[in-house]
Design a protein around this ligand. Structure first.
Ligand SMILES: Nc1ncnc2c1ncn2[C@@H]1O[C@H](COP(=O)(O)OP(=O)(O)OP(=O)(O)O)[C@@H](O)[C@H]1O
Ligand SMILES: [Mg+2]
Length: 456
């Protein structure tokens, strides 16, 4: 088999609805470029989202909320995803849909609370006593199995660690040998071992070995400076939900019944309010001591009109607590009834007292040119070739119905063009595919005209 000549095609292969969105596409001064980061037009909303990103980065946004409001298909979900990409991987981003709260097993507010805590990060800095260095030798010393029988057991491990300044030989417990094996430590790796609990962490391969091959899937790190045995600052990023889960494990012993119990009990019901309060207390103490730093992330609740009045009152309070992320809501509803409120009508289906706490960003419908550009970007992402005329035709359909409908016609049109023996979509294919499918508006119109033929 020839491997060298096979090109990697993974880059543009998996295409989802928002794959073409790479970021907000803003200039240094915060103004939006007309086309950038896969985003076209919608400048005001993008600039507003840029301001939100700045607020989050400077940690001035905790406990505040934004509402993205606009007609269907105007890019609200896309905007929220772009925002998360701008924030980077270190800031937690937790997306959910309003309807996720309805579960027969878990309370609505419980689901909300869990997602709130998924969106709050904690950067814990710990000064730990460690042995760190490049591994120069790794020899397990075996003895006869003391229980008799065959085979040998490891009595201890001799490991040599080297830094720029010193070398040291350590004699380690067999338990640590197991974690060394788990981390796949070999001679030439840079590792550290925590002296309090013997936890082993492989940092990477020593860069003294970096010239062995031209190309290698390895992270090379310099040989550590200073002594082998030293104090080291270790940074860990976790979310409050991670802490909840880690502390909610059943405390039972090793017997078979408690192991079964762990399998049967879903984790979620074990995280109690009491446990959360305890964790908050510890977290607050860490923050006061300067051991940990709070990283408020983003909780994105799409289709917020699906929440009911109970959830809304809960949100009012949750937003005001001291440990709260930035919450971004999105909705495409205008005036509509609030769920669970006996027909109380409110803007966006959100009670006015919650609306009062929100900053609202509007997304506006697109022009013909903008739809044309979005369609060409989309066609490129999906790997479909389209002639310029057909993009124009498709964009006109988009103006009449919606951007999303136009985007959705791309793939069927490309299939039709293949059936017709072309490898590029021509205007004829667009016409044909548009006659095969209905958009929401024409379907509704059709229903109106022929309503006596349907069951009511
Ligand atoms: N300005 C834009 N630039 C590029 N692509 C866009 C833009 N706006 C929307 N899109 C794309 O159009 C499609 C529809 O947008 P999106 O799903 O974000 O709409 P929405 O406002 O969330 O609609 P709904 O209210 O129905 O949920 C998506 O594939 C999205 O990536
Ligand atoms: Mg959406």
């Amino acid at each position: 088999m020839r491997v060298q000549e096979v090109l990697s095609t993974s880059k543009e292969q998996r295409v989802a609805t928002h794959s073409h969105i790479k970021g907000l596409g803003l200039n240094e001064d915060g103004t939006a470029k007309h086309i950038s980061g896969g985003f076209v037009g919608q400048e005001n909303a993008r600039e507003a989202a840029g301001v939100v990103v700045d607020l989050i980065r400077t940690k001035k946004m905790a406990g505040r909320a934004i509402l993205l409001a606009g007609a269907p298909g105007t890019g609200k979900t896309a905007l929220a995803l772009a925002l998360s990409q701008e924030l980077g991987a270190k800031v937690p981003f937790c997306p959910m849909v309003g309807s996720e709260v309805y579960s027969s097993e878990i309370k609505k507010t419980e689901v909300l609370m869990e997602n709130f805590r998924r969106a709050i990060g904690l950067r814990i800095k710990e000064i730990k006593e460690v042995y760190e260095g490049e591994v120069t030798e790794l020899t397990p010393v075996e003895t006869e199995n003391p229980l008799g029988g065959y085979g040998k057991t490891v009595a201890h491990v001799i490991i040599g660690l080297k830094t720029v300044k010193a070398t040291k030989q350590l004699k380690l417990d067999p338990v640590i040998y197991e974690s060394l094996q788990k981390e796949k430590v070999a001679v030439g790796d840079v590792i550290y071992i925590e002296s309090s609990n013997g936890a082993v962490k492989r940092v990477g391969r020593s860069d003294a070995y970096a010239t062995e091959f031209d190309l290698e899937a390895e992270a090379y790190v310099p040989v550590p400076k200073g002594e082998v045995h030293k104090k080291k600052e270790i940074v860990q990023d976790v979310t409050l939900h991670d802490l909840d889960v880690a502390n909610a494990r059943p405390q039972g012993g090793q017997d078979i019944m408690s192991v079964m119990g762990q399998l049967l009990k879903p984790k979620k019901t074990e995280i109690t309010d009491k446990l959360r309060k305890e964790i908050n207390k510890v977290v607050n103490k860490y923050i006061e001591q300067g051991v940990a730093e709070l990283v408020p992330g983003v909780l994105f609740i799409d289709e917020v009109h699906m929440l009911d009045i109970e959830c809304f009152t809960y949100l009012n309070r949750a937003l005001e607590s001291s440990l709260s992320p930035i919450v971004i809501f999105a909705t495409n509803r205008g005036m509509c009834a609030i769920r669970g409120s006996d027909g109380l009508v409110a803007p966006h289906g959100v009670p006015v007292d919650l609306l009062d706490r929100l900053l609202i960003i509007r997304t506006l419908p697109y022009t013909l040119e903008e739809i044309t550009t979005i369609l060409s970007i989309r066609a490129k992402t999906e790997g479909i070739s389209v002639s310029d005329d057909s993009v124009q035709d498709l964009a006109k359909i988009g103006v009449k119905s919606s951007l999303r409908y136009a985007i959705q016609l791309l793939t069927p049109a490309s299939i039709l063009s293949k059936i017709n023996g072309r490898d590029q979509i021509a205007p004829g294919d667009i016409e044909e595919v548009n006659s095969l499918f209905y958009d929401a508006k024409s379907s509704a119109q059709m229903l109106q005209e022929t309503k006596d033929r349907f069951i009511v």
